[in-house]
Design a protein around this ligand. Structure first.
Ligand code: APR
Length: 232
């Protein structure tokens, strides 16, 4: 079986009703990113940060995977698929994808404030309406915080994502503005000669040459990818 690695971003979940981060009306327009998505913001006002992610998590109650997520999952019938997502929602898994690397963490998990990457202290929350509050403790006795990689923090799963590219046959990018590193740098690890497809309804600045751009939303773009490029 050929191996496909798919890098996804916030645009993947737009057709499910979730917002992107950048661009008109994006999440960072409405919430100051320094306050809710940095370790400094968390240190200054942990309650606000917990509340921000409680809201994000509760949005998951009202959204479903879209056709794009389902088509990504369906690729597993014919390909060995690794999804590398920057998204913290669980829509890829709910659509049936079985091999998902969450570079920026997961809304449905919580972790230690002192050692956010220590898996011994990571726990899964029972449901999207579970809330984190000041006083909730991780197993190491520190405040339980969202299992989210904030700006300025390490991205430990980059190693797994880079490793997945070792023997990749096809690389696909869906719904990311490629503004945030190290995730955006994954493109540089795709071996020469491997076909690269980019699905996005807007222009995305890609420096690498030879990328086939499918200028459409995630669902329609996935249909085109499958019918016109992968079925041959
Ligand atoms: N289908 C596919 N892509 C879409 C759609 C759609 N229907 N609608 C919008 N997009 C595209 C936009 O054109 C844009 O290129 O999705 C992309 C979203 O870009 P960003 O908002 O920058 O999101 P992303 O690239 O995932 O952000 C990366 O930055 O804020 C941090 O940690 C956060 O994981 C996030 C990271």
């Amino acid at each position: 079986m050929k191996k496909i690695v798919i890098l996804t971003g916030a645009g993947m979940s737009v057709e499910s009703g979730l917002s992107t981060f950048r661009g008109g009306g994006g999440l960072w327009d409405n919430y100051p990113v320094d306050m809710v998505a940095t370790p400094e913001g968390y240190a200054a006002n942990p309650g606000l940060v917990l509340e921000f992610y409680n809201k994000r998590r509760s949005e998951l109650l009202n959204v479903e995977p879209n056709e794009g997520h389902r088509l990504v999952a369906s690729l597993e019938d014919n390909f060995n698929v690794t999804v590398v997502t920057q998204n913290v929602d669980d829509l890829h898994e709910r659509a049936g994808s079985t091999n998902v690397i969450h570079l920026h963490g997961e809304l449905m998990k919580a972790c230690s404030s002192r050692e956010p990457h220590n898996l011994n202290y990571v726990c899964t929350l029972p449901s999207p309406d579970s809330e984190l509050h000041i006083g909730d403790k991780a197993a190491d006795g520190t405040q339980l915080r969202p299992y989210i990689v904030w700006f300025g923090e390490d991205v430990p799963l980059m190693c797994d994502a880079i490793q997945a590219l070792d023997d990749v046959d096809i690389f696909v990018i869906i719904g990311t503005s490629l503004n945030v590193y190290p995730a955006a740098g994954l493109l540089n690890y795709v071996p020469a000669g491997v076909p690269i497809y980019l699905i996005d309804p807007n222009d995305v600045n890609v420096t690498r040459r030879g990328v086939v751009v499918i200028k459409k939303g995630a669902s329609e773009g996935m249909r085109v990818l499958i019918d016109e490029y992968l079925s041959k």
